[in-house]
Structure formats: C-alpha cells, structure tokens
Design a protein around this ligand. Structure first.
Ligand SMILES: Nc1ncnc2c1ncn2[C@@H]1O[C@H](COP(=O)(O)OP(=O)(O)O)[C@@H](O)[C@H]1O
Ligand code: SF4
Ligand SMILES: [Mg+2]
Length: 412
C-alpha cells in the first residue's frame, strides 16, 4: 500500500455492497431467519472479519452472497458486485461472475475438491473453462499456482489425488482453485478451523499474502475472535443471523460496546493474563431465529437486558467510546456501530491494554482455556457459566490501527 493510500481516510470504493440481505430457510419448526438484514461493503484490498458462535449464520451469509443458498431458501435485499445485483442474476450470468469476480474458500477443502480427479487436472480444467487457456498454458499456470500456495515439488504433486495430501496441503490446493481466476473478492469461510495450530497460521499467512499481492477484498469468516483481531481491519459480530456490532477491529476489540461482543472477548484467552487464568464464558445457548418475535435476540443471555429489550428490536447505531478512529467520521461505512439499547459503557474496565497489542500469538504456547464453572460477575459485567458452545480460540492480539487513535470523544 502506498503512503498516500495509507493517509487517505476515505474508504476504498466498494467492490461488494450487501444491503439488507435476508435468507429464510423453511424448516419443520418454522421459518429460520438464518441471515437477517445484513448490510456491509467491502473495498479492494480490504479484509473484513465476520465473527460469531457456531450457528450464527456466517456460512449462510457467505453462501447467499455467492448465490449458493439452498434452493428452498427465500432471499431478499441486494448483493451488488460489478454494478449488478447478484440476487437477481440469471444462473448463467452468475457463473460468469463467480471465479473471476467472487470466489470462496470453504472450511472443509473436500467441498471444493473432486476426490477422484488429480489436483493438477482440476486446476487445468478450471483455468481452461474460465480463462479460455489452451492445455499447455493452463498446465503451466496450474503448476505455478501450486507453487504460489506453497505446495512443494508442484510438478510432481500435480499428479496427486486429494486424499494423498495432508489436510493443510488440501486446503492450499483449494485456495489455489479459488484464486485461479484472479477473483476480486475472496470469501474465506473458517478456512483454518479443521487444521492444527501451526498449519492454521501458515494458511492465514498464505491468504494474507495472496490478498495483499492481488489487492483482493477478503471476507474472513471465523468463530475465533483472536483470528479476526489479528488479521482484519474491520469486523462484524454476528448473532442469530444479525450483525450486532461492527467497526474498525482495534476499536471493537479494545472497547466492545455490545454485551455479546464483550462476552465473546471475555471467553477468549488474552496475552496480558496468566496462561492459566480462568476464562469467562457466554452463558446460555445461542438463539435459533425460527419465526423470531420482536425483541433483542440476545436478551435471554444478556446481563444488561431490560424490559424494552424484550419488546423492541434494537437497530445498529453509531457509537463512540474511549477509542475512536479518526477515520470514523470521514468514513461512515466503517463507523463503529452497535445494535443495543443499553450498550456496555465505553470506559470498559476490562479493555485490552495497549501492551497486549504488540505481543504475538506465539508468546503463549499451550495456553489452555478453562471454563468458569459458576455464574460469577466479571470485570466486563458478564456472568460466567459452563461453556456450551466452545468459543475459545487462540489468545487475542490486536493489530495496531492503520488510522490515528484518539482517546475520548468524537474524531475531528
Ligand atoms: N441447508 C440448511 N437447511 C436448514 N437450515 C440450515 C441449513 N444450513 C444451515 N442451517 C441453519 O442455519 C443457521 C445458520 O447456520 P450457519 O450459517 O451454518 O452458521 P455458522 O456458519 O455461523 O456456524 C443454523 O441454525 C443452521 O442450523
Ligand atoms: S438490547 Fe438489551 S438485551 Fe439486547 S444486547 Fe442490548 S442490553 Fe442486552
Ligand atoms: Mg459455518
């Protein structure tokens, strides 16, 4: 990124603009609002994180953006890419966009790879079909791509079947397939969840490398707050199909305003605490929004809930706290927003101190999360309880913000 680009407080022109996206799935119990009114934009070269517990709708969001929602799903809202609304696009037009425009990396590489075709051939076929290359050129490019994603001895490996590779290598191949046509936007859905910690880091490094190298916009989806804290510039916190908090990653992670985000943070290992420090957990079970009634979906689990929360649905509102990015005011799409009637106070006593920001994940090898067994109020005001959902991940590390940080008040 050039110095000028770093100074420019304006957000990049959005490549992808998602507005009020809703995906409703018919189920035996009723209409499941898996994605409910989600809006965001993503610019070239930007990395936007989506974090939330299992079942919060992250995968359905990515699949709907890609036109891959289940056939029975009802979708509404818009997904604007390259000047057209993909939700209205005919299947043929959509196929033209997928690959060269939008591509997706799945949690399980088996979703993307054909188990009975050699990996080199899969790449060659994709390059011939989508880029119109002849066999020889496609073969050269396929080998180049395998090398680019870190497959050793790519000429020979091209003849392997997926099952002959390790999980990490298979994920590298699926990433090669996803980026083969030079997509402008990559949706990475839990790309490292199935991998061990060392390989996770390598794959995240690879994605970051490709993203920066190609100037792609990337939506990085994960249940692991530590991953988004370290790897994204902006993040959205998803709960029961809705975005409950969003904003510049340092602002949200250092001063979360939604009680759910605060609870997620309290359940994530931190570098500024002893390795064996007890972790809090998010009490209760995640909400499943089947025929959802009015009211905040987090209310049954929220320590700050008031009667109004059960009657009315909170809408996203821009907030300011002890930490405000100077760029917020100039860039409304990147503002820190929270959908809550009684946000966590801005002067969170449990905010992550700056010292944590420069530490690295590798500083706490073997950190073992321990669930708090009893309901004890925490510094962030969230009672603890046995962990139902396994929210724990790697220790949180927050990257230094790209913009200026102001302590207190609105940005100029
Ligand atoms: N094909 C499907 N049919 C019906 N419900 C589904 C389907 N896929 C996912 N769901 C439901 O949609 C909700 C969101 O799921 P998902 O997007 O996979 O969550 P996440 O990726 O955040 O774990 C969950 O309640 C899940 O059970
Ligand atoms: S709106 Fe009410 S119930 Fe929902 S998160 Fe805010 S305080 Fe909690
Ligand atoms: Mg998922």
């Amino acid at each position: 990124m050039s110095v000028d680009a770093r100074r420019d407080p304006r957000p990049p022109a959005p490549l992808l603009a998602v507005d009020a996206l809703t995906t409703i799935l018919p189920t035996r119990g009723g209409a499941l609002h898996a994605v409910d009114g989600v809006s965001f934009t993503l610019g070239a070269g930007e990395v936007l994180g989506v974090v939330g517990e299992s079942g919060s709708g992250k995968t359905m969001l990515a699949r709907t953006v890609m036109g891959l929602a289940p056939p029975a799903a009802r979708t509404s809202g818009s997904v604007r890419f390259a000047g057209r609304n993909l939700l209205d696009a005919r299947p043929r037009d959509l196929r033209e966009v997928l690959g060269p425009g939008l591509a997706m990396v799945f949690q399980d590489p088996a979703t993307a790879l054909n188990p009975v075709t050699r990996i080199g051939r899969q790449l060659v076929e994709s390059l011939r079909l989508r880029r119109g290359l002849d066999r020889r050129a496609a073969r050269d490019q396929a080998v180049g791509l395998l090398a680019r994603v870190g497959i050793p001895d790519p000429e020979r490996r091209a003849a392997s079947y997926p099952h002959e590779l390790s999980g990490g290598m298979r994920q590298r191949v699926s990433i090669a397939l996803a980026v083969a046509c030079g997509p402008r936007v990559l949706l990475a859905d839990e790309p490292t969840t199935a991998l061990d910690v060392t390989v996770q880091r390598q794959i995240l490094d690879l994605l970051a490398d490709l993203q920066r190298g190609e100037g792609m916009g990337m939506l990085l989806i994960t249940h692991d707050l530590a991953v988004v804290a370290e790897r994204t510039e902006r993040l959205m916190v998803m709960y029961a199909g809705q975005i409950v908090e969003s904003g510049p990653t340092p602002a949200v992670v250092r001063a979360p305003r939604h009680p759910y985000t605060a609870a997620l943070l309290a359940s994530t290992p931190r570098l500024d605490r002893p390795i064996h420090a007890r972790l809090d957990t998010v009490p209760g079970q995640p909400a499943i929004p089947v025929d959802p009634a009015a009211g905040c979906r987090f209310a049954p689990r929220c320590p700050r809930a008031q009667p109004r929360c059960r009657r009315e649905s909170p809408r996203p509102t821009t907030v300011t706290g002890p930490i405000t990015l100077a760029s917020d005011a100039a860039a409304p799409t990147r503002a820190h927003t929270v959908a809550c009637f009684h946000p966590t106070p801005p002067a969170t006593p449990d905010a992550i101190p700056t010292a944590t920001l420069t530490a690295t994940l590798t500083a706490t090898p073997g950190a073992t999360p321990i669930a708090t067994p009893t309901a004890t109020p925490t510094a962030a005001g969230t009672p603890g309880a046995p962990d139902p959902g396994g929210l724990h991940g790697q220790p949180v590390r927050v990257p230094p913000p790209a913009g200026r940080l102001d302590a207190g008040g609105d940005a100029p």
